[in-house]
Design a protein around this ligand. Structure first.
Ligand code: 8DG
Ligand code: MN
Ligand code: MN
Length: 344
């Protein structure tokens, strides 16, 4: 009946370099969801929770059996309180009995509808989202989907802020054909009354991080510095073009299995003041490696501090204004590198 736990547990190292982890993952349902949650925590700069979920995912990838009961993780390292709570919720929902839960595991998690209807789930909004949409979220976002979402975001934003500029950043701006999410930068020339934008409609799941930018504050010197813009880690509901669901919407409840005509897509929305737009664009276009090295170059070669808000010249003790990425490269004395050449 029980597939080892406690005897294995004693031997499991907390260090992944002392564990042999193959691609044979019995706990993909958990690990995919944990990785999405970790990204959300990273976004909120909660490094502790981020690491907790990444470590737990890594440990679960190592286990030679699917976790179906709390007993399965007893005595294992790398399972923090957060992770334990999530596993407990999910194993207790499925845990009607070992047999049933194992069957469910083989079939995959319960359906979105079943989970939604389940009133016993006490997970946070974010944890639920990670599980509810995980299948969509771990499948890549295509360029076509990015284009479709761009239209939606642009249309929606323009109904609230007619003059706002919406720019796709991240991997898609660098010309990638696939991505794990879609990143947008939103700025409004003129008066800055855009704080409310993110608080309005349309999102399946959304975790808004308020702006913490302080005027006159020196750019951050951390190489991996995130920024202080108001931003939002969201999951958007994209209705797939080509699927006609009008009959489902109009007909009253039938016994027909519900057809899912949409896909959950991870979208990052970042709101930036117009004056900082070029810096934000450069930072959010990435790649991560390219951005890190830009900052490293600025400080080591130019005695300047670069972040997503601006560029500070330490010798002249001034902030250098820029209206375009070209100007930022010029300030740094660098040849301009096009977005599609920043895939470092
Ligand atoms: P992908 O989504 O196609 O997998 O790749 P990507 O678009 O290059 O990566 P990303 O994780 O979506 O991040 C886009 C860029 O934004 C990346 O170069 C790092 C940069 N970036 C910031 N601030 C932040 C932040 O707070 N969180 C995240 N995740 N990325 C940030 O400048
Ligand atoms: Mn991206
Ligand atoms: Mn992103």
């Amino acid at each position: 009946e029980s597939e080892v736990p406690s005897c294995i547990a004693r031997k499991v190292s907390q260090y992944s370099c002392q564990r042999k982890t193959t691609l044979n993952n019995y706990n993909k349902k958990f690990t995919d969801a944990f990785e999405i949650m970790a990204e959300n925590y990273e976004f909120k700069e909660n490094e502790i929770f981020c690491l907790e979920f990444l470590r737990a995912a890594s440990l679960l990838k190592y286990l030679p059996f699917p976790v179906t009961r709390m007993k399965d993780i007893q005595g294992l390292p790398c399972i923090g309180d957060q992770v334990r709570d999530v596993i407990e919720q999910f194993t207790s929902v499925f845990g009607v009995g070992v047999k049933t839960s194992e069957k469910w595991y083989r079939m995959g998690l319960r359906t979105v509808e079943e989970l939604k209807a389940d009133k016993t789930l006490k997970l946070s909004k974010m944890q639920k989202a990670g599980f509810l949409y995980y299948e969509d979220l771990v499948s890549c976002v295509s360029k076509a989907e990015a284009d479709a979402v761009t239209l939606i975001v642009k249309n929606t934003v323009s109904t609230f802020l007619p003059d706002a500029l919406v720019t796709i950043t991240g991997g898609f701006r660098r010309g990638k054909k696939m991505g794990h999410d879609i990143d947008f930068l939103i700025t409004n020339p003129g008066p800055r009354e855009d704080d409310e934008l993110l608080h309005k409609g349309l999102l399946l799941y959304c975790d808004i991080i308020e702006s913490t930018f302080v005027e006159e504050q020196l750019p951050s010197r951390k190489v991996d510095a995130m920024d202080n813009f108001q931003k939002c880690f969201t999951i958007l509901k994209l209705y797939q073009p080509g699927i006609d669901n009008s009959s489902y919407n109009t007909s009253k409840k039938s016994d027909m299995a519900e057809i899912k005509d949409w896909k959950a897509i991870r979208v990052d929305l970042v709101i930036t003041p117009f004056e900082q737009y070029a810096y934000a664009l450069l930072g959010w276009t990435g790649s991560r490696e390219f951005g890190r090295d830009l900052r490293r170059y600025a400080s080591h070669e130019r005695k300047m501090i670069l972040d997503n808000h601006g560029l500070y010249d330490r010798r002249k003790r001034i902030f250098l204004k820029a209206g375009s990425e070209e100007e930022i490269f010029a300030h740094l004395g660098l040849d301009y590198v096009e977005p599609w050449e920043r895939n470092a």
